[in-house]
Design a protein around this ligand. Structure first.
Ligand code: FES
Length: 169
């Protein structure tokens, strides 16, 4: 069962000491801002690569919110991950213009090549697949972010080559 589907009352794996410190630093940095929840979640994900479910009660307590409210925000935005990402994150554009020039074939390729769907990480931890909706690069589609870098005119072969070149030490 993925963390997204864990019932809210389920016991959570505890935060490690450094994770706790990271979360507390994010809270301290943004708590006094207007609308602090999203900046805190962004800061946590940027530092840890994901938003550990165990940090939600801590954030909720600091902001005087319920854990359900914080969980609702994390699960609403596709951007937030509740599990650690793979070594590379491939965020593939699923919007119309990219779909019209081959994004669906890329999805099929990725599913069979790595055995993953959107929101999943390959069994070897190499690749996490995420969905995005228009990167403003429609004229050069199909487009994606690979580890935050915009790439266009993708083909299955090009995706494989890009991921392989980044995987090398
Ligand atoms: S539709 Fe994919 S970049 Fe715009």
């Amino acid at each position: 069962m993925s963390p997204e589907t864990l019932p809210l009352h389920a016991p959570l794996p505890p935060l490690g000491e450094s994770q706790r410190a990271t979360v507390d630093a994010a809270i301290a940095a943004h708590q006094s801002c207007e609308g602090p929840l999203l900046p805190i979640l962004h800061a946590v994900q940027e530092a840890l690569g994901y938003v550990p479910p165990a940090c939600l009660p801590r954030i909720a307590h600091a902001l005087n919110l319920s854990r359900a409210e914080v969980h609702g925000v994390v699960s609403f935005y596709h951007h937030f991950r509740s599990t650690p990402p793979g070594r590379q994150v491939l965020a593939l554009c699923r919007a119309e213009a990219c779909q019209s020039v081959g994004a669906r074939a890329l999805e099929t390729h990725i599913r069979s090549r790595w055995g993953i769907d959107f929101g999943e990480t390959s069994a070897d931890g190499a690749v996490t697949l995420e969905a995005v909706y228009c990167l403003g690069n429609c004229a050069c589609g199909p487009s994606a972010f690979i580890d935050g870098k915009l790439v266009g005119r993708l083909t299955p072969e090009r995706i494989d080559a890009l991921l392989a070149s980044r995987e090398r030490p």
